[in-house]
Design a binder for this molecule. Structure first.
Ligand code: FES
Length: 574
């Protein structure tokens, strides 16, 4: 095979010296022989399979079909493992390890002989980590995702996964769920491989990877156990060989400002996860595209909510797939998109969605009659969040989006657990629950603690939502009037650290405001009296994380990982 240009892998295998000899013979044990080193492209497959991440547990089977596609196109597939992040099992929070996985992916791609890479990612943090790592190396990259789990029904309702767990958790706390029901749900709620079936964080990021031009159109919503996913994997393998031979397009060519705006437009129309904001900000930081929370606010203001998907609506990702998938949503959004941007297929986004059509108007509303006038996410700023905070408006109670109430402040998650259900807690449904020390450095890792539980005594009164504010994140499958990602966080001296019980907090989402109605002089006095908390971790990765993680409004990446690699140096093997 003659690609007409020197492949990166030829620097390992193409020399006739002892170095080339050693590199070639090293691969004899995996079954390669001299003909495999005739100039064929080597395609890396970044594998995030793990028994600890059941969302990704079918990736070994998908990798086999990817390899088939690579071989069909004349390439050599090289599968390599990376860290995998199982959202529900990784403690203290999978988010703490997103940057570690991004470093693993980046350096694995860079250190080994590959000409293109396929990313196998699904569960919440795996794909963002892979995108960040691959973008920093900038070899031709194709994304293959896990697909949603196939939901089972229980009690006549199809279960989503995360959203139903959250709902059950509240009923268990209120003592309105019996043991048989809890047992039945435990067995049913996550019954097959694949990521959560609602428009949670995983479904959001996988959908956005199509809008960013990195995944094959229509691939994100295909259920995990559907044979189309295997055929798609083979197609992705063939495409990776073509990209390797052509030398691109690489992520740098695809991840433009316009592509990010397209992804944010899709995010808003889907009512997607707040976590996507953090990940897109981090990814933009890797490729040097200026992106801020204001960009999300601006896109949200001009983008209607179209999708009727849990946790904001009724349906699941498999229903979105049956309704035409991401291409159908993008087709509907076309007047709001940059349709001329390139995609990994070599065609423009506009060309890719040309033949798409919406097949179910209950799932994807028309642009002319949307489910919501503006996007599903909003950004607020003010004296309580000078650098911004976010709220998933599509999953909030509309009348609470403008609200004033007395703060009930929890120092940290342990304080929250100890007092939230105390019958003596001075709280009513108009109160604003505030949680601090839950941000990137304070959590640390910005855990998904933001959907603070409703006090049991209020649940018993039938209260189902309250305004809740924190510097934490929340699961993409969670819901409620929940203000998240307050920046700067309390652990670095943000105003959240100065709030006290009884302070009046004002939330005004229509006007983009979040304020602590306390005089600046009083806040200054409190600041002088406050003392920083001692760091929880003093050694290892966690200490490095706390030292280098940036704030939520810039994506929580490490300060030393932002920006493009040093020109011409990082990607060349020694
Ligand atoms: Fe993996 Fe929800 S737990 S996507």
């Amino acid at each position: 095979m003659n690609p007409g240009r020197e492949l990166r892998s030829a620097r390992w295998f193409g020399t006739v010296d002892i170095s080339g000899f050693a590199h070639r013979t090293t691969l004899t044990p995996i079954g390669l022989s001299p003909e495999h080193f005739d100039g064929r492209p080597f395609i890396g497959i970044a594998q995030s399979w793990s028994d600890f991440a059941p969302c990704n547990v079918h990736f070994r089977q998908i990798a086999e079909h990817l390899k088939r596609g690579v071989a069909e196109a004349g390439g050599v597939a090289m599968e390599f493992p990376t860290i995998s992040l199982g959202e529900n099992l990784a403690k203290p929070t999978a988010m703490m390890f997103r940057n570690l996985m991004a470093m693993d992916v980046e350096e694995s791609i860079r250190m080994y002989p590959m000409d293109a890479v396929v990313l196998l990612g699904g569960c919440d943090k795996t794909l963002p980590a892979q995108l960040m790592g691959a973008a920093s190396v900038d070899l031709p990259t194709v994304v293959v995702t896990a697909g949603p789990t196939s939901p089972r029904s229980y009690g006549g309702r199809e279960l989503g996964g995360g959203t139903d767990v959250w709902k059950l958790a509240e009923r268990v706390r209120a003592d309105t769920a019996d043991r048989a029901e809890v047992g039945g749900l435990e067995a049913a709620i996550m019954s097959t491989p694949g990521h959560c079936a609602e428009m949670g964080s995983a479904s959001t990021i996988t959908a956005l990877s199509e809008a960013l031009g990195l995944a094959l159109p229509g691939s994100a919503t295909v259920p995990a156990m559907d044979g189309r996913r295997l055929a798609g994997a083979a197609r992705a393998g063939r495409l990776a060989v073509e990209l390797a031979l052509a030398g691109g397009p690489t992520p740098a060519a695809l991840l433009t400002r316009e592509a990010f705006e397209n992804a944010i437009t899709l995010l808003m129309a889907l009512g997607g996860s707040t976590n996507a904001i953090v990940h897109l900000l981090a990814l933009a930081g890797r490729v040097g595209v200026p992106l801020t929370l204001d960009d999300f606010a601006a896109v949200s203001a001009r983008t209607p909510l179209l999708a009727n998907l849990r946790p904001s609506g009724e349906f699941l990702v498999q229903d979105l797939d049956a309704a035409g998938g991401v291409p159908a949503v993008l087709k509907e959004l076309a007047p709001l998109l940059h349709t001329g941007v390139p995609t990994v297929t070599g065609r423009t986004l506009g060309e890719e969605i040309e033949s798409a059509a919406v097949l179910d108007r209950e799932v994807i509303a028309p642009l002319s009659r949307p489910r919501g006038r503006t996007g599903g996410l909003a950004v607020v700023r003010g004296s309580l969040a000078p650098d911004g905070a976010v709220i998933k408006t599509s999953a909030a109670r509309a009348d609470l989006l403008t609200h004033r109430g007395r703060a009930v402040v929890f120092e940290d998650v342990r304080d929250l657990a100890a007092r939230i259900d105390d019958p003596a807690l001075d709280v009513d449904e108009s109160s604003v629950l505030v949680l601090r020390n839950s941000g990137p450095k304070g959590g640390p890792g910005m855990p998904e603690w933001g959907m603070l539980p409703i006090p049991v005594k209020l649940l018993a009164q039938g209260v189902t939502d309250m305004v809740r504010i924190s510097d934490a994140r929340m699961s993409g499958t969670a819901f409620g009037t929940v203000v998240l990602h307050v920046a700067p966080e309390s652990a670095v001296g943000g105003p959240l650290a100065l709030a006290r019980d009884g302070d009046v907090v004002s939330l005004d989402v229509p006007n983009g405001r979040l304020d602590l109605e306390v005089a600046p002089e009083e806040l200054e006095r409190r600041r002088r009296e406050s003392a920083p908390r001692a760091p929880r971790y003093r050694r290892g990765y966690k200490a490095l994380f706390v030292r280098h993680v940036r704030q939520a409004d810039t994506g929580c990446d490490f300060d030393f990982l932002r920006g493009r690699p040093d020109e011409g140096s990082d990607n060349v093997p020694d």
